[in-house]
Design a protein around this ligand. Structure first.
Ligand code: UP5
Ligand code: MG
Length: 201
């Protein structure tokens, strides 16, 4: 079967806004593929023989953004693997936590030019106080090196300074679909599922 272009929905929102949780819900309900840029970077960090382990870890604990060449390649490889293994059947992707800044956006556009069909941005809007409470709760068990108040403040700063502008860029070109993710998990799941059915299925 001829492989079409993968259809992409970017999922953005602050640290702890519920990107991963909403994506998992959509995976279960609609069978989409979920690629978390953060998860791919955490995997690459611990891969034996990776040249980028230290660089990735230092960005993660400082809440800064990893150079796009690294993240973009991990995303492209993961996407190709899923497309190939499913014989092109799985062609709908949620890309969670990317692009986070202008470097990411430009790098993706350059590297993926014509290879993907970037449909919309699902923006999970949640007050940072709520995000903070969620992350600090998760910190008790997550083991993530950036789940502590110092690193979290830095993640918030990067979000405010870099990622919000990317969301506004997409809003300006009519691609943003927004959900209030301060609601319960069930309500957020419902809202993102309806959005998916209406605009992307
Ligand atoms: N929870 C979720 N939804 C809830 C709800 N509706 N009600 C109540 N509780 C809810 O959720 C966080 C916690 O909240 C969980 O305990 C959950 O049960 C609960 P989660 O779904 O994990 O939220 P998410 O938005 O995915 O939070 P995450 O911490 O993953 O967000 P970040 O954006 O901070 O982390 P990410 O992994 O994307 O990135 C980490 C770092 O990697 C970045 O800081 C950066 O250094 C690096 N990075 C890059 O450099 N480039 C990239 O492209 C991506 C990452
Ligand atoms: Mg996440």
């Amino acid at each position: 079967r001829e492989m079409g272009k993968p259809k992409v929905c970017f999922v953005l929102g602050g640290p702890g806004a519920g990107k991963g949780t909403a994506c998992e819900f959509l995976v279960k309900k609609h069978g989409l593929a979920h690629l978390s840029a953060g998860d791919l970077l955490r995997e690459e960090r611990k891969r034996a023989g990776s040249t980028y382990g230290e660089l990735i870890e230092s960005c993660i604990v400082q809440g800064t953004i990893v150079p796009v060449e690294i993240t973009c390649k991990l995303l492209e490889n993961a996407m190709n693997k899923i497309m190939t293994e499913s014989n092109g059947e799985q062609d709908k992707f949620l890309i969670d936590g990317f692009p986070r800044n202008l470097d990411n956006l430009e790098g993706w556009t350059k590297q993926m030019d014509g290879k993907t069909d970037d449909r919309i941005v699902l923006y999970l809007n949640c007050p940072l106080e709520v995000c903070e409470a969620r992350i600090m709760e998760r910190a008790k068990t997550s083991g993530r090196s950036d789940d502590n108040i110092e690193a979290l403040r830095k993640r918030f700063k990067t979000y405010e300074e870099s990622t919000k502008g990317i969301i506004e860029h997409y809003r300006g070109i009519g691609k943003v679909r927004e959900v209030d993710s301060s609601q319960s998990k069930e309500a957020v799941g419902d809202a993102v599922s309806k959005l998916w059915s209406r605009t992307l299925a």
